[in-house]
Design a protein around this ligand. Sequence first.
Ligand code: PLP
Length: 294
Amino acid sequence: MAWRYALMIDPAASDDTRTDFDSTFSEVDPSAPALTVGELSTQRGDGIFESIGVVDGHAQEVEAHLQRLAHSAEICELPAPHLGQWREAVRRAEAASGAGESVIKLILSRGVEHGPTPTAWVTVAPAADFTEARTSGIRVAVLDRGYSIDLPGRAPWLLLGAKTLSYAVNMAAIREAKRRGADDAVFVSSDGFVLEAPTASLVIRRGDTFVTPAPNGGILHGTTQLSLFEHLADRGFATAYETLPVSALYEADAAWLLSSVRLAAPITAVDDRPLAVDADLTASFNAYLLSPRD
Ligand code: PLP
């Protein structure tokens, strides 16, 4: 991957009244080492992140991503990010992104072991080409996530609902899905409710209603799903958050995985059961998701 830009950030306190954060930023060579060996993000995955889609130099839904970064920080008991400082860092990354589709990553780590402050940085890299997933669609395998739908409230230390850097399990789930002949996974709770994919939200269509699993079940609230629901409401469709049994996915009229960089990928099969794809509707979703969104 050819990173285009990297910016190290000296994180400001959330109540810092400065408006000029220039002295807190340092551009670094994106292809050179930049972290120390005691960094807790690399040793323990102890930190949080955001991936923001960028289309032709426009970073999408920046405020929604910053709000989720702050929410993840709260869950993980990291210092609250100064949103003005991060907004300015995103603006600099956006300016370096170039034409086409790219991805800006925001990373806030607990810092260096025994060190005084968190470590924070922003990068920009070209996005992979997701044309095929957006048009031909993806097959998914349903995988057990191993905990019940009501666990998040009982076990907040599992940090469910935060976008932490600990994605090894999510990556293992995608490998398992591929072993099963699918392209991606959909997690299901141990009591049989659909949750999300390892790197995406799930939306199903039931008649003229679009439904997504309620985010209180320990899943990440997707910025792309939120944005698509606004768009669907503008088009006169009904949208809903529900606790969905896995049968709702098998029986859906259509379903998509949604995320900031791949955007809307229609699901063509769930565990070898075919699902209908509405190519025109999917194309309209991706046209909307590729248009400048704030
Ligand atoms: N759920 C998980 C676990 C994710 O990792 C992601 C995105 O990376 C999403 C959902 C979708 O979130 P967004 O639409 O904000 O990219």
